[in-house]
Design a binder for this molecule. Sequence first.
Ligand SMILES: [Zn+2]
Length: 469
Amino acid sequence: MNSLNQANSDLQHFFAERALLPSGWADNVLFSVKNGRFHSFSTNCAATDQATTLSGPVLPTMANVHSHAFQRIMAGAAEVSLNPNDSFWSWRDLMYKIVQKLTPDDAHIIAKQLYIDMLKAGYTQVGEFHYLHHDIGGKHYGQLGEMSNQLISAADDAGMGLTLLPVLYSHSGFGGQAPNAGQARFIHSTDSYLTLHQACAEKLANHATHKLGICFHSLRAVTKSQIDTVLQTLNTTPHKTSPIHIHIAEQQKEVQDSVSWSGQRPVEWLHNEIGLNDRWCLVHATHLTDAERQAIAASQAIAGLCPTTEANLGDGIFPAVEFEKEHGRWGIGSDSHVSLSIVEELRTLEYGQRLRDQQRNRLYRPEQTSVGDNLYQQALLGGNQACDVSLGLAVGHRADFMVLDESQPFIAASESKDLLNRWLFATNKNLVKDVFVAGQQRIKNFHHEEEEASRCAFIQIIKKVMYDA
Ligand SMILES: [Zn+2]
């Protein structure tokens, strides 16, 4: 497989009968790619001999704003009732048990399989919220970036774009409480975190598709002085525009604990004490007052929504209708990876609002009344901002794109104005047929060239970690 750092310097030409450009759907589109980036677009053209004809509608791929790669191994393994009050917190107990078993090789195999599956779903960039840093018991590896390096190499092997978000995680609760034993593999001091961040920066310097951000696990896990120190230290070139991610208000208990500690709710505290802006991605901003929601929208920070995980964990419903009216920015993430489907994330987001409001067609804007088109466009823009990329079919952008399956009747028969609604609301079959990253085809007719070896390795890891086989 060609490395993502070896982009083709020859001009590649493609033809699509339909393509979703920033201005909307266009017909008979000829486009070219050079050095992994879109070089030109022409519409209403005839196919040419030198152009590769794509077999169906062409769309931008999506950035997945929130991933914990290792959690993929436990998808579907926590659906047995242990007590009448099962919650996020009992799920977390199981996650901590699994964490104790994972080796760097395991982490690589899980992440590679995950990233192949993400590519198959149409995600080509992933915000990897990475906190599994150390060896069992919390002993530091010889290289502080050992586990980060596994994720980078898994992304390279799969051909996936990575926005690495090394996480600062120091405490078990608000106000700097000592970490518990289950968190030993996650814990960094501010100084060791900054050393790790520097190692990641050196590793990723000049990589064609990978980016580096800043990340705090949650307000439970860091103190104000740690946030201040990290931001002051890293707010210099080249990090001064890097995205900053944090888990913020996923659980009511988290909100109550924040109020007990500081008198303020988590988003309120972050807004007042640190300040929000368009670099922030607030993951699971689920529990908000009107004022908090309006503050996020006004700041242009991203609300990092993970609809299938939030549903799986029983977190609550994000006030998306109100946030849309305020022109809030949001992206989608697959988080714990109970689903790897853009369709299911967007559909779950919309359906949650319908169930809450007992009404239909909730997430539209006056300028875009088609729900599917609005969902896709907002998730695309928000994903780009949160992952520090520019996905989309425009000159100069990285040449990432996907082709939907034209043999599916709803795709074949739809007028362009209905295509996204048909894709997002009419079928559960994966319709993402071909996927290109930086001009290189990674998914061809639904398949990845390394999927078989990856699948076999992943089966062995599931057996070993989950069943001690
Ligand atoms: Zn998370």
